[in-house]
Design a protein around this ligand. Structure first.
Ligand SMILES: NC(=O)c1ccc[n+]([C@@H]2O[C@H](COP(=O)([O-])OP(=O)(O)OC[C@H]3O[C@@H](n4cnc5c(N)ncnc54)[C@H](OP(=O)(O)O)[C@@H]3O)[C@@H](O)[C@H]2O)c1
Length: 281
């Protein structure tokens, strides 16, 4: 197999596949430096300066370039019968690989439901991750088997739910980091550094994740909404109005969602839920 685009996703996947016994034979990227860096960590992997060489050499080619470049890059390559072209985007349908399909290749999508941030070794948090796989026939089976062999699991998402599926990654990853960023800013406002803020916040986040893993979302939720502590909620709103009014809409919106979750699961009464909703509106 080979990779066109030697960025963060390619790096993690190539290592995982190599570790699982697959032959990662070739890689090329926009720059030869990126390709060489990826190839350096993998035995017998060739870094090419021309992306076409990867398609010449490999049966399965992962097009791991940014979403906006996938179609253009795939359209420019010399695909052949019996080959497979796979992209790793969670947002795009496999139809962006129409050109390889017309040229005889099978096409597929393999989206790791995981985050690969810049400059971090994400390999060790890959095991256990889910991958949305989409492909027809033998390629679909092959991708599912590969996901199993790298210690992960596949999920099948209906095409009409692709966008919903993808935005849950934004809610669970991007928005969690955004909420923590807001918390850090508020700690800075109290005179602490970001490092000090994170030192205090991260064990709380970790405890929350542990609890969610053990009990599920609403059972893991704590705080004034779950206790129907309306006086405390009022104090929070006053503090935000004074120190960070721009955070008020976020707090109110998240608070109302939490009230509904608490009420739906009979943690708070109808009357308490109504009072909290009113306060947070
Ligand atoms: N990062 C994540 O957390 C994550 C998670 C799940 C799925 N994905 C998906 O994985 C895919 C790749 O994303 P990424 O985050 O790995 O991106 P990335 O780190 O920015 O890497 C993209 C790579 O593509 C190369 N590239 C860009 N334009 C190219 C072109 N025209 N021809 C050849 N190579 C080109 C870049 O080259 P140079 O380095 O050589 O300049 C870079 O190495 C995307 O479809 C994305 O949606 C990403």
């Amino acid at each position: 197999m080979g990779f066109v685009g030697a960025g963060r996703t390619a790096l993690v996947l190539a290592h995982a596949m190599d570790d699982a016994g697959y032959t990662v034979k070739a890689v090329a990227s926009r720059s030869i430096e990126s390709a060489k860096m990826l190839a350096a960590g993998i035995s017998r992997c060739e870094a090419y300066s021309h992306v076409e060489k990867v398609v010449d050499d490999c049966d399965v080619v992962f097009v791991t370039v940014p979403d906006d470049a996938i179609r253009m890059v795939a359209d420019s390559l010399p695909w052949r019968e019996g080959q497979a072209a796979v992209h790793c985007s969670g947002a795009l349908p496999i139809e962006v690989l129409d050109t390889p399909r017309r040229m005889g290749a099978q096409i597929g999508g393999l989206h790791p439901f995981q985050t690969f941030p810049i400059g971090q070794d994400a390999n060790h948090w890959l095991p256990g991750s889910s991958f949305a796989t989409e492909a027809s026939g033998k390629l679909g089976d092959w991708l599912e088997e590969m996901v199993r062999r790298i210690g992960c699991q596949s999920v099948s998402i209906a095409p009409e739910n692709r966008s919903l599926y993808h935005l849950t990654a934004v809610l669970s990853c991007g928005f969690v980091t955004t909420l923590l960023d807001v918390s850090c800013e508020l700690w800075e406002g109290m005179g602490f550094s970001r490092d000090e803020a994170l030192q205090a916040l991260l064990p709380l986040v970790q405890g929350t994740l542990n609890s969610i893993r053990a009990k599920g979302t609403w059972q893991a939720a704590t705080g004034p909404v779950m206790r129907a502590d309306i006086g405390t909620l009022q104090k929070h709103l006053v503090s935000l109005a004074e120190h960070a009014p721009d955070v008020l809409p976020l707090y109110r919106e998240a608070g109302r969602r939490m009230v509904r979750m608490a009420h739906r699961n009979q943690v708070v009464t109808q009357e308490a839920a109504e009072r909290m909703e009113l306060l947070l509106t």
